[in-house]
Design a protein around this ligand. Structure first.
Ligand SMILES: [Ca+2]
Ligand SMILES: [Ca+2]
Length: 137
């Protein structure tokens, strides 16, 4: 299955290994919108999809258009299937509303949430990053 869903995690792994990524502590705080020191499934999904979206949206206009999608290694046919007919591109809201995209990131969340209590602590998050980094090396 070729799709946006499969491409996003690759982009995500690349970003984790990048030296320009903000510190883990900063990233965790960004994700923890309600400030309870735990990142919930919703908080995690929001930030992960947002990050992946930014990588695809090369010109930063808030839309992933066909050229940007293809430039990131995407398949034209998949883009056309996911993009609303007549619209210039996929918005962040559309990506977040796509159950296939959300399901893919739910898996990432489950991998990070080792204790399985539906929230990721900073320690679990650091652990998860370490495992991701080990995977791309
Ligand atoms: Ca939180
Ligand atoms: Ca764009």
């Amino acid at each position: 299955m070729k799709s946006l869903i499969l491409l996003l995690p690759v982009a995500l792994l690349a970003s984790c290994a990048s030296t320009t990524t903000p510190s883990p502590e900063k990233r965790f705080k960004q994700a923890d919108k309600d400030g309870d020191s735990l990142v919930s499934r919703q908080e995690a999904t929001d930030i992960i999809i947002g990050d992946a979206f930014d990588m695809f949206d090369a010109n930063g206009d808030g839309l992933i258009d066909e050229a940007e999608y293809v430039a990131s290694g995407g398949d034209v046919a998949v883009f056309r299937k996911n993009n609303k007919p007549g619209s210039a591109g996929i918005t962040l809201e559309e990506a977040k509303a796509n159950p296939l995209v959300v399901d893919r990131f739910a898996v990432s969340f489950d991998e990070a949430d080792v204790s399985g209590n539906g929230a990721v602590t900073y320690e679990e998050y650091l652990d998860y990053i370490k495992r991701l980094e080990a995977a791309v090396r």
